[in-house]
Design a protein around this ligand. Sequence first.
Ligand SMILES: [Zn+2]
Length: 329
Amino acid sequence: MTEEIVPRIHRVAIPLPKTPLGNLNCYIIRDRERCLILDTGFNTAECSSSLFRALRRLGVDPAESDVVLTHMHSDHSGLGYLLEEHGASIHCHPLDGRVVNAMGEWEEILSFGYRCGLPEEKLRQARDRHPGYRYRPDRPIRYSPLQDGDTLRTGDYCFTCLHTPGHSEGHICLHEPEQGLILCGDLILREITPNISQWSDSGNPLQNYLDSLERIQGLGPLLALPGHREPFRDPVQRIGEIKAHHQERLEEILSLLQEEGATPYEVASGMRWDLDCKDWRDFPLAQKWFATGEAMAHLRYLEQEGRITCDLLAGRYVFQNPQPGGKHV
Ligand SMILES: [Zn+2]
């Protein structure tokens, strides 16, 4: 499915079967001289035929196009290498470009998953079922690094690149101030809240994410063109809802944590999740991993705020709430 959202900006819905997301929105900005393609879909035959069919229909030649990857997740970046083979120039933030090119190296991610409490015997199976691993690119890409403040021109559109870490470390948005457009990748989605996960020992992705939301809110965009589902008006209001959601999540986690402590995996198993499953035991393995990563991002945030403590016990992170049941302000 292809639709023109505003003049010359087309949305192509690329199917992502067997994911709760449904589709990936690839945006194609047409111009007589040079086109811009934002995000690609998984590295699967289905995504690639859908993408290349749309390019043909719109008369877009990859050899005369720039491709921008909003972030490293394989539903956004998986076909970058193929567009490059067809002559396109690839652009992304170097923090995520590095990860795209290391897509097959999961040992550090697996040992971090172990420290978060995922069952050891399931780790490799979880990796093999993980879409980021299964649908990764065939080979590394050569990319031009995009930095915060860089501009990209196509026809009469001029986009400013904004580095908006949180959903991934090198996540970027493209901002077009004249019409108030924000091409926001997975930073802001309408019906679903973007997954904010911790994937390594360092950093505080939830803090980064909330800072990125704050920054976009300050720009007052009028129309969001997100990576999944429908484009929507008034993203500023949606940002308010997402911020409130994370505050609720933080409170929920505090109420689950007791003095004896719990691993992120144990915390995740007690949280509410909007999935079509009876309980935690029925969750697909990949979803359990996402949930654990999300719990960890919130736990790390609370730890950095000094509200909870963390110890590494027998190789696992164990978080404790020194004031269980107490009032947290
Ligand atoms: Zn993503």
